[in-house]
Write a protein that binds this ligand. Structure first.
Ligand SMILES: N[C@H](C=O)CCC(=O)O
Length: 423
C-alpha cells in the first residue's frame, strides 16, 4: 500500500492519522519504510536526506551498526526486568562524566516525564508552587507546561482539557527579556523554578542573547529559585556537557530526552546530590515507572554516548557551518532577508525579515512560504520537520555530498516558495 492509502486507513484508527500532531502535513504524511544513515525511505519508493531525524535523537543517523547490534544483543537477554541493572549504572556514570553539575540521575521514559519530575522536585525542595517558563518553549505534553507552548502545539491555542487550577501556577514570560523576568520575580515570591530550554528549539531555533542565561542564573540564585535547564534537545547535541558546557552556566537541575536514549524512548533528570536525594526512595518526592532505566534504551544510550567523541562534535559543528554558510549565501545571492538561525548541528530558516529572538518574533514568519518551501524540499528529496516551529538537525551520517545536494534543493525551494507566495 502507498502512503495515500495507508493514511486513509490510519485516519480510521489513529486520531488525525498520526501518533503525534506535528507529524501531520497536507495532503498526508509519507509513511516511512526504513532509515539508513542520513536517508529515510518511504513506502512509495522515495528517499529523503533527513534533517528531521525523528525530531532530534538520531545524532548518529538511522540504524547505526553499533547501536543496532548492541540493542539486538540486549534484546536476546530480555527487554525489561523491573530490577536495577549494571547497564543503568554505566550510563549514569557516562552522563556524570560529561555533565559536571550532574551527581545523580533518575532515568525515565521521555522528556515529558523528566520535566514533570523536575517540577515536582523543585516545588518540594523550595516549598513554593509556581513555575516560570518562556512563551513558545516546549517542555513536553503534560498539563503544567502547556501554557503558550511551542512545537506542534504552537499552531494551536492552549489545549482544552487542562483545568485552570493546574496552570494557574505556571507563568510565562518572553524569552530574552530580562526586565520581564525581573518584574515577575519582584512581584511574586512563590516561584519554585525557572524552566528554560537554553536554546528554544521547539519554536525553530532561538539562541539566548549574550548574558541572558547568566542573568537567569543570577536572579534565580538570589531569590531562592531553582534554575532548570530543559536539555531534551541540546543535551549531548551542542557539546558533550550540553548547553551548560556550551554557555558555561551551571543549572540546578537538567532534563534530558532524545539523544540520551540513542534512538529509543528515554528521558532523565540529573542534578546535584543535595537535590536528587529527595527523589524516592532516597527521599519522599515520588517518581516511578515500569520502564524507567529500560535496558534496551539504556544500551542504546551507552553506545551512543561512547560514540560522541570530541572529534565527532567537531565534525558535526563543521557540517552545521557548511549548511548555515550555504543557506546564508543563497539568501544573499537572491536578495532575501529571511532570518537564518542555528548553532552546532542545528538550524532553521524563519521566513520573516525580523530578528527572531522570542515567540512573538518567531510568529511573524510567513507560514505559507514555509509550507511551499517544505513541499518543494520534499519533492527534491530533502525532509525537514513539517513545521516552521521545529528545528532541523544534522547527524554524523550526513556526508559532504549530502549537504551539497541539500543546498541545491534548498536554493531551488526557497526561490520557488517565494515566487509562489504573495508577501
Ligand atoms: N518538538 C517535539 C519534541 O521535541 C517534536 C516531537 C513531537 O511532538 O512529536
Amino acid at each position: 500500500m502507498i502512503s495515500d492509502d495507508l493514511f486513509k486507513e490510519a485516519l480510521k484508527v489513529l486520531p488525525g492519522g498520526v501518533s503525534s500532531p506535528v507529524r501531520k502535513f497536507e495532503p498526508h504524511p509519507f509513511f516511512a519504510k526504513k532509515g539508513e544513515g542520513c536517508i529515510l525511505y518511504d513506502v512509495d519508493g522515495n528517499r529523503y536526506i533527513d534533517y528531521c531525524l525523528a525530531y532530534g535523537p538520531l545524532i548518529l543517523g538511522h540504524a547505526p551498526e553499533k547501536i543496532t547490534s548492541a540493542v539486538c544483543e540486549q534484546i536476546k537477554k530480555g527487554s525489561a526486568y523491573g530490577t536495577p541493572t549494571k547497564a543503568e549504572l554505566e550510563l549514569a556514570k557516562l552522563v556524570i562524566e560529561r555533565v559536571p553539575s550532574a551527581e545523580m540521575i533518575r532515568f525515565v521514559n521521555s522528556g515529558t516525564e523528566a520535566t514533570m519530575a523536575a517540577i515536582r522536585l523543585a516545588r518540594a525542595f523550595t516549598g513554593k508552587d509556581k513555575i516560570l517558563k518562556f512563551e513558545g518553549a516546549y517542555h513536553g505534553a503534560h498539563d503544567y507546561v502547556l501554557v503558550k507552548p511551542g512545537s506542534g502545539a504552537a499552531a494551536a491555542p492552549d489545549s482544552p482539557g487542562i483545568p485552570q487550577d493546574t496552570t494557574r501556577n505556571t507563568i510565562s514570560a518572553p524569552f530574552n527579556d530580562e526586565e520581564a523576568v525581573a518584574s515577575i520575580i519582584e512581584e511574586d515570591d512563590n516561584i519554585a523554578a525557572i524552566l528554560v530550554e537554553p536554546v528554544m528549539a521547539n519554536i525553530g531555533c532561538i539562541e539566548p542573547e549574550d548574558g541572558y542565561l547568566k542573568f537567569l542564573r543570577k536572579i534565580t540564585s538570589e531569590n531562592g529559585i531553582l534554575l532548570i535547564f530543559d536539555e531534551v534537545i541540546t543535551g549531548f547535541r551542542i557539546a558533550p556537557g550540553g548547553a551548560q558546557e556550551y554557555y558555561n552556566i551551571t543549572a540546578d537541575l537538567v532534563t534530558y530526552g532524545k539523544i540520551i536514549g540513542g534512538g529509543f524512548p528515554m528521558g532523565a533528570l540529573a542534578g546535584p546530590r543535595r537535590l536528587m536525594e529527595h527523589i524516592s526512595p532516597a527521599g519522599d518526592v515520588y517518581q516511578a515507572g515500569t520502564f524507567n532505566g529500560n535496558p534496551v534504551s539504556v544500551t542504546a544510550g551507552i553506545t551512543t554516548l561512547k560514540e560522541l567523541t570530541d572529534d565527532l562534535y567537531k565534525e558535526l559543528n563543521k557540517k552545521g557551518e557548511i549548511i548555515r554558510k550555504g543557506i546564508k549565501d543563497i539568501l544573499e545571492d537572491n536578495n532575501l532577508e529571511f532570518y537564518l538561525a542555528g548553532l552546532s548541528s542545528m538550524f532553521q530558516i524563519y521566513f520573516t525579515q525580523e530578528k527572531v529572538k522570542d515567540y512573538t518574533s518567531a510568529k511573524t514568519a510567513n507560514l505559507e512560504i514555509f509550507k511551499k518551501y517544505f513541499h518543494s524540499l520534499l519533492k527534491g528529496g530533502v525532509f525537514v520537520p513539517p513545521s516552521q516551529f521545529e528545528c532541523c538537525f544534522i547527524s554524523a551520517a550526513h556526508r559532504k555530498e549530502d549537504l551539497n545536494m541539500t543546498l541545491e534543493v534548498v536554493e531551488e525551494s526557497i526561490k520557488r516558495a517565494v515566487k509562489q507566495s504573495p508577501r
